[in-house]
Design a protein around this ligand. Structure first.
Ligand code: DQA
Length: 146
């Protein structure tokens, strides 16, 4: 089977729904996953989902990702901005990846503008809420077709 996508949420994304809804929307993570599963299915992709608040676990997930996925959709939360360990683990994964952020990280605090995974990703979506996941999945599908 081709088109298997691991959708990996990182630190604090399990608190969606309680975090400032003006920034992150009102959906909980399980609700967001239902929506994203729908987008993926429409695009003919096969999603699996994970979330952890532990950086090492996120790295280990990336180490193993190629065994079960053809591509990655990553929202590592705040780790995006500084975790060189996750950046290196993504290099080990050696899969096409798209970076996605619910909020407009480029228009918020200065420190959110940096992404240490950006150069390893085939695309990046930010500030489009849950809809952004559809765009990110479409980018990944394009990468599969290349
Ligand atoms: C986030 C943006 C990050 O800056 C923040 O730390 C998050 C969520 C987003 O999806 O908008 O936890 O990745």
């Amino acid at each position: 089977m081709m088109g298997r996508v691991e959708i990996a949420h990182g630190v604090n994304l399990d608190t969606l729904g309680r975090r400032d809804p003006a920034v992150y929307g009102a959906l909980t993570l399980p609700e967001l996953e239902v929506r994203v599963r729908g987008y993926a299915t429409e695009l003919g992709l096969h999603p699996t989902f994970s979330q952890t608040n532990h950086e090492g676990e996120y790295c280990e997930l990336l180490h193993r990702a190629a065994e079960t996925a053809d591509g990655l959709l990553l929202n590592p939360g705040a780790w995006t901005h500084y975790s060189w360990a996750i950046r290196d683990a993504l290099e080990v994964a050696a899969l096409p990846a798209v970076e996605v952020h619910i909020s407009a990280v480029d228009e918020r605090e200065e420190w959110r503008r940096r992404s240490v995974i950006r150069e390893l990703c085939v695309g990046r979506v930010q500030g489009r809420g849950v809809e952004g996941y559809r765009d990110a999945l479409a980018m990944l599908r394009e990468a599969f077709e290349r």
